[in-house]
Design a protein around this ligand. Structure first.
Ligand SMILES: Cc1cc2nc3c(=O)[nH]c(=O)nc-3n(C[C@H](O)[C@H](O)[C@H](O)COP(=O)(O)OP(=O)(O)OC[C@H]3O[C@@H](n4cnc5c(N)ncnc54)[C@H](O)[C@@H]3O)c2cc1C
Length: 416
């Protein structure tokens, strides 16, 4: 069996893996990525948040992303019947980026992977991790399998797992844990023929509430290549009210809602509708001796606020920096420097996700009267600035969301 040695083995060439490898390489360590697939490959998760721009920049990848000509996303629009609420990233509490991009992930992930390869990081394409064993000092030996069945072994001083939905180390080490969120499913495709708003609103994501007591919703994400990503997220009992065939189901849901019907009545599906279920998952721990988990290999909450790639890049940034210190012989405090930091952002998004589904956030979004200061604080969370302790919606997220919802309710009542 062929044997390879490296300082850091990164699993997965998605946004978490590619950006972590870039930072490790910049620090002068030997690093390689193993990727099960050959890119370009499809993955869902196409609407970025402005916070991604800082993190891509730090990883040396922002210029490559800017060169792709992706659709500029300067905000998000929430719609429920005739009610509408627009967040513009130029009007937010935190001093951050005022725009980001809507990205077909085949193209985005390929651009990141090619960039990190151009820096000199080897990517072993179509090598899938099958097994790993750790020594007492944290060093490891991993067995990788190629499509022809042959195997390669990699010895590494440290492993960063960015294997996303593959969840390599959580599975191999028995770290998976059930999510605190109930089961939801998603049906999605890309379309042509989307009647987009004209002007500067063209690139904004639309989140359309459907006629459902538990806030089922649809996304509309326009790309610069003329296609648009659409998808529905709901509990199984909502989805079972529509035809069984996935194409017919999504078409019927689109036609059932005035906002989606108006925009998408001439839309042609580009590929058969895909389904993903049970994507909300958690993990028992985020690091151990000789490894750390990043991105979707950690905890994935819910797609409603497009937080996935932002959390993947933030966790990769922190995990890479902490492992660099460890491999330099320092004794970083992983709990404090990595876990506590990451969870500050995750918990803020968890509060927002729960408040979306229990109707507190829609109450705020569609309130006819809403102080601008609240709008801007919420906008910064929706922009991914969930580590800004100056923002009350981050520092005391649960209390802030409760208080703003109560204020909006009271103001609406007193307005009559
Ligand atoms: C319905 C839905 C909609 C979403 N919408 C959004 C959105 O609009 N915006 C957003 O930011 N996020 C969104 N997400 C979340 C987003 O998909 C993920 O958070 C994001 O892709 C995580 O990036 P990652 O780098 O951790 O993993 P991935 O992008 O999944 O990359 C992991 C890589 O690891 C590789 N791999 C897996 N197993 C192995 C193995 N055994 N050996 C080697 N390599 C392996 C895979 O092939 C893959 O290339 C959505 C999620 C869902 C379910």
């Amino acid at each position: 069996m062929k044997k390879i040695e490296t300082d850091v083995l990164v699993i997965g060439a998605g946004p978490a893996g590619a950006s972590a490898a870039s930072l490790i390489h910049k620090a002068g360590l030997d690093c390689m990525i193993v990727e099960k697939e050959l890119f370009p490959r499809f993955v869902i998760g196409e609407s970025l948040l402005p916070r991604c721009m800082d993190l891509l920049d730090e990883a040396g990848m922002l210029d490559a992303v800017k060169a792709q000509g992706f659709m500029v996303k300067d905000g998000a629009v929430f719609k429920r019947g005739k009610e509408s609420c627009t967040f513009k990233f130029s009007q937010q509490f935190t001093n951050g980026w005022s725009y980001t991009y809507q990205v077909p992930r085949e193209q985005f992930d390929l651009a990141l992977a090619e960039t990190v390869e151009s820096f000199g990081v080897p990517i072993l394409w179509q090598h899938a991790i099958k097994g790993v064993s750790f020594a007492d000092d944290g060093s490891s030996t991993s067995v990788l399998q190629l499509p022809d069945g042959s195997e390669v072994s990699v010895s590494a001083r440290f492993i960063l797992d960015g294997s996303g939905y593959g969840r390599v180390l959580p599975r191999l080490l028995g770290l998976d844990e059930a999510s605190s969120l109930p089961l939801r499913e998603s049906y999605f495709t890309h379309v042509t023929g989307d009647k987009r708003p004209e002007g500067d609103g063209e690139g904004r994501i639309w989140i359309c509430s459907l006629d459902d007591a538990e806030n089922a919703w649809m996304w509309i994400i326009p790309f610069s290549n003329g296609k648009t990503s659409i998808g529905v997220v709901a509990k199984p009992d909502f989805l079972s009210r529509y035809p069984e065939d996935p194409d017919e189901k999504l078409r019927a849901i689109v036609n059932d809602n005035p906002n989606t019907r108006e925009r998408l009545d001439k839309a042609q599906f580009c590929f058969p509708v895909r389904r993903i279920s049970g994507y909300s998952i958690s993990v028992k721990k985020l690091f151990g001796k000789g490894y750390a988990l990043m991105g979707n290999a950690t905890e994935f909450l819910d797609p409603v606020f497009s937080s996935g790639v932002t959390l993947a890049l933030e966790s990769a940034n922190r995990a890479a920096k902490t492992s660099i210190r460890e491999l330099a012989g320092e004794k970083p405090d992983w709990q404090q420097e990595y876990v506590d930091h990451l969870m500050m952002g995750v918990e803020t998004f968890r509060t927002f996700v729960n408040a979306w589904y229990d109707d507190r956030l829609p109450t705020i979004f569609y309130s006819p009267v809403k102080p601008e200061v609240f709008q801007n604080q919420i906008c910064s969370v929706l922009a991914g600035y969930v580590w800004d302790q100056e923002n009350p919606c981050v520092r005391q997220h649960a209390r802030a969301v409760d208080a703003i919802a109560k204020t909006c309710r009271e103001m609406a009542e007193s307005e009559g």
